[in-house]
Design a protein around this ligand. Structure first.
Ligand code: FES
Length: 157
């Protein structure tokens, strides 16, 4: 599932930790960046690759919301619904997205371009409400900004 180059990167990640368990999250990130999700096959593969029990890898995947065990869109919209964002309008963010592309939390557009996810605090509470699109943060959102972000992503395809 990983190329030679990626396997070298795995070795480098392992070298940063005293035990192989420490490398699980970094290797999971690599897998998700490559395939957009963590499949059951990927969990077994990672467990063997870095020699940790499969249950540990599965435990990390199921504990953290940032890992997905199902296919996600090319653009993964993560809407923070924690306290600051909730008070400042995460409902508006969700409604604007739904009005614009017709999907809500846990759904993906038919063309696979967008999926919407709920996120716990992404550490940007001072600029709530916010969402991330893949690794990019979009803050102090209002309907105009959200529509513009989505239009830009649609144009990129
Ligand atoms: S509450 Fe949304 S980023 Fe912290």
């Amino acid at each position: 599932m990983f190329s030679e180059e990626e396997l070298q990167k795995v070795q480098e990640i392992r070298s940063h930790y005293p035990t192989n368990l420490g490398a699980v999250m970094g290797v999971l990130h690599m897998m998700q960046d490559k395939y957009g999700m963590i499949s059951d096959e990927a969990i077994s593969y990672i467990a063997k690759l870095i020699d940790v029990p499969e249950e540990n890898v599965l435990g990390v995947v199921s504990f953290y919301e940032m890992y997905h065990q199902h296919p996600t869109g090319k653009y993964k919209l993560q809407v923070c619904t924690n306290v600051s964002c909730l008070l400042c309008g995460s409902d508006m963010v969700q409604k604007t997205i739904k009005d614009k592309i017709g999907i809500g939390i846990g759904e993906m557009t038919e063309d696979g371009l967008f999926s919407v996810h709920e996120a716990e605090c992404l550490g940007s509470c001072g600029t709530a409400p916010m969402m991330s699109v893949n690794k990019t943060y979009h803050e102090k959102l209002n309907p105009e900004k959200i529509n513009a972000i989505i239009d830009e992503l649609k144009a990129k395809g």
